[in-house]
Design a protein around this ligand. Structure first.
Ligand SMILES: [Zn+2]
Length: 93
């Protein structure tokens, strides 16, 4: 089986941190692996990807360390829907 190994940039880790509400230590709703958040940010090229984090991510809620297989609670179902109004607000300002 071909597996693509992706070295994640530190910026991408920060971006993924901002897309979650909490981790399995502080949220009962944590049901998604952290690497799946990275996947949603389209860092990978699809298919079976193994993500390598340059640094451990940090839970925005309880500050616990998060690695790629930690369960997290995603902030949004759809990133695009939430980001669009923010972009419009920026244009008006
Ligand atoms: Zn947490």
């Amino acid at each position: 089986m071909d597996r693509l190994i992706v070295a994640v940039s530190q910026n991408a880790v920060i971006e993924a941190e901002s897309a979650i509400l909490g981790c399995d230590r502080c949220s009962a709703a944590a049901s998604v692996r952290f690497w799946q958040i990275l996947d949603q940010l389209r860092i990978g090229a699809g298919g079976e990807v193994i993500y390598l984090l340059p640094v451990l991510a940090c839970c925005p809620n309880c500050r616990a360390e998060i690695d790629e297989i930690t369960l997290v609670q995603p902030k949004l179902v759809s990133n695009r829907d939430a980001i669009a109004p923010l972009c419009e607000a920026k244009r008006e300002a």
